[in-house]
Design a protein around this ligand. Structure first.
Ligand SMILES: [Zn+2]
Ligand SMILES: [Zn+2]
Ligand SMILES: [Zn+2]
Ligand SMILES: [Zn+2]
Length: 396
């Protein structure tokens, strides 16, 4: 009787506990106002309610251990899931993020997330296993890397083999007569092309070199002209005054004997100072003509004041110069370039050339500029090549 009473009380207590546990579970599940805050969940490893502890409600599955995960991973590898495509998007895994489910199926991480959002349930898209666990893996990436490396190596090996074969063909003429002819023609064409391209390169270099030289000469000439112009003007004025004074004192008659008899162009020819003064006074020549006239006067003065045949071969007077002999000797020497500007001497036939009695010849403008410079710096003009005094004959 007493034992019955005990067992009845025990059953009542148990029923009471179960009722309280179920009430707590429902209160959590239905989020009753004023009820407990923590929600019951079937997520693997989630905290359990009292009802779940008492086995009144299904428990959430326990978290997989490392050994279990290794076993799941091995199953996926044996099926070679990562080498195939993701079953959701039907594309290869390549370098995309990849997840492995506890049911051993594998998908792109983004594809699975989209699927979960779309189906509003947590079931494997392949086997419908509910409440799966997932973890990231890199099997797809590793396989893709190996695949890419293999392709690159294969392409490189193919390229190297083709190159080696072409080299072999280049150096070993084929046996067949027709192919052999073709081979020889190709080699000849190759050499020809190489030679032509090399020649073109060199011609291009020469052209640029000449252009550079021309530019540099033009620049030097500009600088020289600018420096000489004021000097020449000053000199011209001084000589004009001197010549006028001489003309007035009547000493011009003696000088006139020195006038070059076979001068071709009076404007730039060697001449007496009176002749020059008259010309300049009448015509008012430009700077370049002035330069020529001044230089001519200087040269004439130097030659005139020399007096006697010196050791440097200075002629006694204008009449003593045999111009035919001078030209013949210069021709025999084969002079091609003006020693001052290094330009070709006969750029306009015989025009613009000044012959000196020392048998050296120059461009007229070159020797004029030289004489003007010598006079301006206080020296006596002498041949830039042989340093002897001279008479000058100009062709304009
Ligand atoms: Zn996918
Ligand atoms: Zn599955
Ligand atoms: Zn010159
Ligand atoms: Zn000379």
């Amino acid at each position: 009787m007493r034992r019955d009473k005990d067992s009845k009380a025990k059953a009542d207590r148990h029923a009471l506990l179960a009722a309280a546990a179920l009430q707590d579970h429902l209160a959590r599940r239905l989020r009753m106002p004023g009820g407990p805050a923590v929600q019951p969940s079937l997520e693997p490893g989630a905290p359990m309610t009292l009802a779940q502890h008492l086995n009144l409600i299904p428990r959430p599955p326990p978290l997989l251990s490392e050994d279990q995960w290794s076993e799941v991973h091995l199953r996926s590898r044996l099926r070679q899931d990562s080498a195939n495509e993701c079953v959701i998007c039907k594309e290869e895994f390549q370098t995309g993020a990849q997840v492995l489910l506890s049911c051993s199926h594998t998908f792109h991480r983004h594809c699975l997330a989209s699927f979960e959002r779309y189906s509003r349930a947590k079931t494997c898209p392949l086997c419908r296993a509910a409440q799966y666990q997932k973890r990231p893996i890199t099997d797809g990436q590793d396989l893709f890397r190996v695949k890419c490396a293999t392709r690159i190596q294969a392409a490189w090996r193919g390229h190297a083999a083709r190159r080696a074969y072409r080299e072999l063909r280049r150096h070993n003429p084929p046996k067949d007569e027709r192919l052999r002819k073709k081979w020889a023609a190709e080699r000849l064409q190759e050499e020809n092309d190489r030679l032509l391209s090399k020649m073109e390169d060199e011609v291009g270099d020469l052209d640029s070199l000449f252009a550079e030289l021309d530019a540099s000469v033009a620049k030097s000439r500009e600088v020289c002209d600018a420096a000489l112009r004021p000097l020449a003007a000053r000199l011209q004025q001084g000589l004009l005054r001197e010549a006028e004074a001489e003309a007035a004192s009547g000493r011009a008659a003696g000088r006139l004997a020195l006038v070059e008899s076979d001068t071709v162009a009076p404007a730039v020819a060697c001449s007496g100072q009176q002749h020059l003064a008259l010309q300049l006074g009448r015509a008012g020549l430009g700077v370049s003509a002035g330069l020529g006239a001044v230089a001519g006067a200087g040269a004439a003065g130097a030659a005139g004041s020399g007096g006697g045949e010196g050791p440097a071969g200075r002629p006694a007077s204008a009449a003593a110069v045999d111009w035919d002999a001078v030209v013949a000797r210069a021709r025999a020497r084969g002079t091609q370039d003006c020693p001052i500007c290094l330009g070709h001497i006969s750029r306009r036939g015989n025009e613009g050339i000044a012959w000196l009695s020392c048998t050296h010849c120059f461009h007229i403008d070159c020797i004029m500029a030289f004489e003007a410079f010598e006079l301006a710096s206080g020296g006596t003009p002498c041949c830039p090549v042989c340093r002897s005094g001279y008479r000058r004959r100009c062709f304009t």
